[in-house]
Ligand binder design. Structure first.
Ligand SMILES: Nc1ncnc2c1ncn2[C@@H]1O[C@H](COP(=O)(O)OP(=O)(O)OP(=O)(O)O)[C@@H](O)[C@H]1O
Length: 593
């Protein structure tokens, strides 16, 4: 329950919606109670009038009594109807205030979590899987909303209605009240027990359902592999098994639900029988009127709802508390990478790594050991080396996705930790190794880093990235949709769109992480030539596997096991006849083959 205390700030924020909501609950219940008394009066009236009617048997006056009697009944009927309408109006207002407020809070909470996610560092996203992140912002928030809206509304309703009904019952006749209320605690206990069973089984259904959807999702993501290896039948059998498990748990829930309502009706019926029996004795004794029995039957039936909602509300609150605990876990996580506020807005792009070492926090893998280098504007630094040698890690540290374990990274002579992250990152054009394009038009993907779509910039960038002609071949050109609902670009086209995206923002620092691997050497040559003008006064870092990509770089680092094992210009490294030379020879041979 303490986890739900987090939500109190929202109650305060929306207090002027919640307070009227509470008042509407009270008023609507008041109008729910009065009809029982009207029914009692009408009932007694019927009894008295029948006696009077019989007394005037054979007299002319009898038809007059009949008329008056009819009119009064009509009046009482109309009164019950009007009271029901007034109650309905207040119920409507109650839902309009409390349920509506819960939707406002749900909106606020979702935004708060989403906003917080965006502040968190890469290590957080590595630790938690995407499904979990999505679940907490959707499923968990929905469960919390069920507490904020229905649970709170029905709790207040239950308390108010129970107090009003029980006190009315005791005012009429304490003995009858005690007898009529006797089955209610049993009813609540039974409901509580069955509700627990229902919850347990519903949770199982939920688990099985998500297992089933994960299975289907993975199958269709990997449909190509399944078809290639002809594993359709095997997958069909696995699906049938998962599906059968789902059916079994669903059936077990249906069984419990089938018992639930008849049992409640039985207990309510029991209460009614007791009321009539004890009430009858009391009427004979003259302590209550027969109208009071009718009144009591209405009361007993009105108590069914609080008894049922008690169990339901309890489970809603329990679920919401568990969900809010999960949400708080993420909200309480503070980003390890903290930005400085204010500070430098414009950057020259001088980069220096001073004895930088880095160990990944979650895996304990030491990816960089004592790395030092400098890159100045107008210069290209190239990094080459075997896979897993730490090249991409350098890019990640330079983007400050992680902080160094030791050593310093300086940008324009300032330690990277002292910079305003937003201003700094917006001066970097980064092309990652695994290109990610959004399900949107090509134009919007290229202009992703711009505040406004500027087609002149988009076109210029795509020309430089040598992808303009490809785009123009598509029927809708830059308006072509890509991704899930659009066309699929080839690996090389994706890489070039990603390069165009980095150039569009006119960055001071350009980082290319092996982003020409899917491009043929001729196109690579063209892109590199075009980039020559782009990089004139920018610092550029080229991470590559192919020597051809980097041979014109101003300085080349050769990496192995997180260390720089050789460095210099292309010609110097060839002359040294070390690892770089070996790599060059090997790649020349591969090209010839
Ligand atoms: N997010 C991460 N968490 C933990 N360890 C990581 C992470 N990313 C990379 N590593 C590890 O750090 C080491 C260096 O990885 P890095 O990605 O920098 O290599 P790379 O030289 O860029 O390789 P490639 O050429 O294949 O891209 C590897 O051993 C890798 O397993």
């Amino acid at each position: 329950m303490k986890h739900l205390a987090y939500l109190n700030k929202f109650f305060y924020k929306y207090r002027w919606r919640m307070i009227p909501g509470f008042i509407f609950v009270v008023v609507s219940n008041y109008f729910g109670i009065i009809p029982a008394q009207v029914i009692r009066i009408a009932f007694d009236l019927v009894k008295d009038n029948i006696a009077l009617f019989q007394l005037f048997d054979g007299f002319e006056r009898q038809s007059l009594i009949y008329e008056i009697f009819g009119h009064s009944l009509l009046l009482f009927g109309t009164l019950v109807l009007v009271l029901a309408l007034i109650r309905g109006l207040f119920l409507f207002l109650m839902r309009q205030t409390i349920i509506l407020t819960s939707r406002h809070i749900e909106y606020d909470l979702k935004n708060e979590i989403y906003d917080h996610y965006q502040q968190l560092d890469m290590a957080f996203f590595k630790r938690n899987n995407t499904g979990d992140l999505i679940n907490r912002v959707t499923e968990d928030v929905s469960r919390v909303r069920a507490y904020l809206g229905p649970a709170i509304m029905y709790s207040i309703n239950t308390v108010v209605l129970s107090i009003m009904v029980i006190s009315s019952m005791f005012t009429v006749n304490a003995k009858l009240a005690i007898y009529a209320l006797a089955p209610i605690p049993v009813l609540s206990a039974v409901i509580l027990f069955i509700n627990k069973l229902i919850n347990k089984r519903s949770e199982k259904i939920q688990e099985q359902l998500s297992a089933l959807s994960s299975f289907v999702q993975e199958t269709f993501s990997g449909i190509r592999v399944i078809k290639t290896y002809s594993r359709e039948q095997d997958k069909k059998n696995s699906f049938a098994k998962e599906s059968n498990d789902y059916k079994t748990v669903s059936l077990s829930l249906v069984k419990v639900q089938a018992v639930f309502f008849p049992l409640i009706l039985l207990l309510i019926g029991l209460s009614t029988i007791i009321t009539i029996y004890i009430g009858g004795i009391e009427v004979m004794r003259g302590s209550i009127s027969s109208g009071n029995i009718a009144e009591f039957i209405v009361y007993v039936n009105q108590l069914t709802f609080p008894a049922m909602s008690l169990a339901w509300v309890t489970s809603l609150v329990q679920r919401a508390a568990a969900s809010q605990k999960r949400i708080n876990e993420f909200l309480d996580t503070s980003p390890r990478i903290k930005s400085q506020t204010g500070g430098k807005e414009e950057f020259r792009g001088d980069i220096e790594f001073r004895n930088v070492s880095f160990t990944y926090p979650d895996t304990g893998i030491t990816a960089l050991k004592e790395i030092s280098f400098k890159v100045n504007p107008g210069k290209i630094l190239a990094i080459i080396g075997k896979t897993g040698s730490g090249k991409s890690t350098i890019a990640r540290l330079l983007m400050r996705m992680y902080d160094t374990s030791s050593g310093t990274i300086l940008v324009d002579g300032i330690p990277i930790q002292d910079l305003n992250l937003n201003s700094y990152r917006s001066t970097i054009g980064f092309v990652p190794q695994d290109v990610f394009l959004f399900s949107d038009t090509i134009a919007k993907n290229v202009a992703f880093g711009l505040d406004q779509l500027d087609m002149a910039k988009v076109e210029e960038a795509t020309k430089k990235a040598a992808v303009y002609d490809n785009i123009m071949e598509f029927e809708k050109g830059f308006e072509t949709a890509i991704g899930e609902r659009g066309i699929t670009l080839s690996g090389g086209q994706k890489q070039r769109v990603s390069i165009a995206r980095a150039i569009t923002i006119n960055p001071k620092i350009l980082i290319f992480d092996d982003c020409l691997s899917a491009v043929d050497t001729k196109t690579e040559e063209k892109i590199l030539q075009n980039l020559g003008t782009v990089m004139r006064d920018r610092s550029a870092i080229f991470i590559a596997h192919r020597v051809s990509t980097i041979k014109n770089a101003d300085h080349i680092l050769v990496m192995e096991n997180g260390q720089i094992i050789e460095e210099g210009k292309h010609t110097e490294l060839l002359a040294a006849k070390g690892s770089y030379f070996e790599l060059y020879e090997k790649q020349l041979l591969e090209e010839e083959v």
